[in-house]
Write a protein that binds this ligand. Sequence first.
Ligand code: SF4
Length: 421
Amino acid sequence: MVFSDREGKVYIHPFLRMVVQEGTRLRLPLKEELIPLPQGCRLFFLPGRRPLGFNPGSSSFEVLSLFEGRGVWAVGAFLIPAYLRLHLPATFWEDRNILLPLWAYTAVGFFGGRFFVSAVRVDRRQRQWPRYYKGISLRKNIEKLLKRYPQNRLLRHFANCAYNYRCLAATNLFLHRWEASLVVSNRCNASCWGCLSYQKDLFIPSHQRISFRPHIEEVAEVALEHILSASEPIVSFGQGCEGEPLMESKLLVRTLKFVRRRTLRGTIHLNTNASIPAAIDELGAAGLSSLRISLNSAREEFYNLYFRPRGYKFSDVIRSLKVAKKRGVFVSLNLLLFPGFNDTRGEVEALVRLVKKYKVDMVQMRNLSIDSEFFSQVVLKDFKEKPLGMLYLWQKLKAIKGLKLGYFNLPHSEFSHFQNL
Ligand code: SF4
């Protein structure tokens, strides 16, 4: 078991063993659930949370409050993209005034000179690995593009995202490669508890929403620049620094038509809550390549508890899925996963039913970034279903013929060729 002092220095406990948490349940991890901490992952200390370990002498779980007379905190890991978290760090919530920032914390331990995490790799691609973003000459590339399009406010917005927030999609835009951002909307019709771009007072959002409504020329300029110059280009509406792009669906449709009149190159993608089926239909007709629908659950009750939709229903999301498939759009689910919830029989069965019934093309396995104790209180109150393990969920999805499983959005060249790990 690992723990930290109040300054964030990490220690290895002399005899307590690593314990993992699924929802609110504790257990010892299995060997096949642990992998060496992938390069580029970070460790976090968790203020207000005491570490929980297993004492082999007494065969019991123990909360560690003090070590050598000093207070300690629990430790969690943040995984790099392409890895699915299998378990939460085992903790005791001592100071209930402290909520943890919006990250996906993963159980971590130490053995034989190495850190181990409870995780599995779910995508063979390495698109957002930290090593591809180190030592690059970003400033020069930003300046070059800003000089070429001096009036474009959207490019200035992305320059800030890339330079100050280290946003990978914005960085790709200036490096002319892979998936780049396109943002259009300041508003949303949902109130997800873990929204990264808007929070009232509980959490601090990790991104700021775009503060202006871009003109079609600005959006199309960025889209065309990337599509025509990048390697394996994808332009994606629906980023962490905006609301729901469908709230600006007219602008999306006009941009799509404008771009597609000039080129058929590249993939035009939309990350969305899919709340407006009519808008999805129009976008499909205008040439949208792919759509990724965010879901935390395939059951309406739990969807509503987390997304808190305003003015649309879960059935609208399903209608959007159907409409997109009918239009020939490649449809993925952005599955926001929480160990101990999404791996229960009820959840797995509902998801498998939905994927099969509507012929979803791909499921992206994403780790929900939220304080686990908070999530358990607001979404899993009175939830009694038994977790079967995230590996169980993964295997069940893997067994669906033709379904692609991964982490990243695909360029259209891989819509039919992508193979599961
Ligand atoms: S749908 Fe997206 S933008 Fe809207 S509240 Fe949820 S996370 Fe935030």
